[in-house]
Design a protein around this ligand. Structure first.
Ligand code: ADP
Ligand code: MG
Length: 274
């Protein structure tokens, strides 16, 4: 393995994407170094060196059990790695608590809980904004006093095309739009990196395309890493794809490269044939 030295001023002629990524080290918003996670004797994450560039639309794909969710869990701090490191914006966050990583800008979506389900869409997102601002979660009692919170929540709803549903109870929305609310709640945390683990899972195909289009239109200040099974959605959304197999990154590249890669075809053919 070639360890990249201190950054070189000139562009080095790089042979491949891995070398190119290594050359950019330091510019990554999120990066892992030889990340390993075992469960007993089982290796779920196998020396993963993931480099996520600023503004990336980066997809993690791979067959069931490849270790995609485990990798996300290691990134967020839900799981501790057995070895290796995680860096967020150049800072080592390997041992940092989940909520602290979230505060630093690494945010994953979480499922709408009972409380949010019973509130309106605007109330839910405003509550999340209020929490992020350290105003507590009782803002909605003196609603008039916190125009700024409501304005920010409304701006997030607008961005996700949820404004028409602002006064609707969250639970009454279609499944695809509930997923957008989960993303809205994550955006309220002001993420620099947004992690989405199968955002379209359980969403009818009639709604998943709109869901993905809306995700794709998020501003570039928000780097996005997502896991998705539906290859049509992945190839339309992602600009970079990492293929995980048996816990390790098998291959990485842009969608064209991945689509034509013989090993990737093999893996997916193997999966579809059971
Ligand atoms: P994916 O998201 O790619 O489908 P996962 O990351 O969920 O895969 O799982 C990868 C492998 O690690 C699977 O074989 C799974 O059974 C195993 N695994 C995940 N979490 C645990 C755990 N907490 N304990 C034991 N094995 C686990
Ligand atoms: Mg998974």
């Amino acid at each position: 393995m070639s360890a990249a030295g201190p950054s070189q001023g000139a562009k080095a002629p790089s042979g491949g994407s891995a070398a190119g990524a290594a050359a950019k080290r330091g510019g990554a918003v999120l990066q892992t170094h030889d990340l390993v996670r075992t469960f007993g004797g089982f290796v779920a994450t196998d020396h993963v060196n993931l480099v996520v560039e600023p503004g990336a639309r980066h997809a993690l794909i791979g067959p069931n059990g490849a270790g995609k969710t485990t990798l996300i869990n290691l990134l967020t701090g839900y799981l501790e790695p057995s070895a290796g490191r995680v860096e967020l914006l150049g800072q080592d966050v390997t041992t940092m608590a989940q909520h602290e990583r979230c505060r630093q800008g690494l945010v994953r979506t979480f499922q709408i809980n009972q409380l949010f389900a019973d509130m309106t869409v605007l109330e839910s997102v405003a509550m999340a904004v209020s929490e992020q601002k350290g105003l507590g979660t009782r803002w909605w009692k003196p609603l008039a006093g916190h125009g700024e919170v409501v304005d920010q929540a409304a701006a997030i709803l607008e961005r996700l095309k949820l404004l028409p549903d602002a006064y609707e109870r969250t639970r009454n929305l279609a499944y695809g739009r509930q997923r957008l609310i989960e993303i809205a709640l994550a955006l309220a945390m002001r993420p620099k990196v947004l992690l989405l683990d199968e955002p379209a899972a359980g969403v009818p195909t009639s709604e998943s395309q709109e869901l993905f289009e809306t995700i794709a239109e998020l501003p570039r200040e928000v780097t996005i890493v997502l896991i998705e099974h539906d290859m049509n959605l992945v190839f339309r959304f992602a600009e970079r794809i990492s293929v995980l197999v048996s816990g390790a990154i098998l291959v990485e590249g842009d969608p064209d490269m991945i689509a034509q890669h013989p090993r990737v075809k093999e893996v997916y053919l193997g999966e579809s044939h059971g």
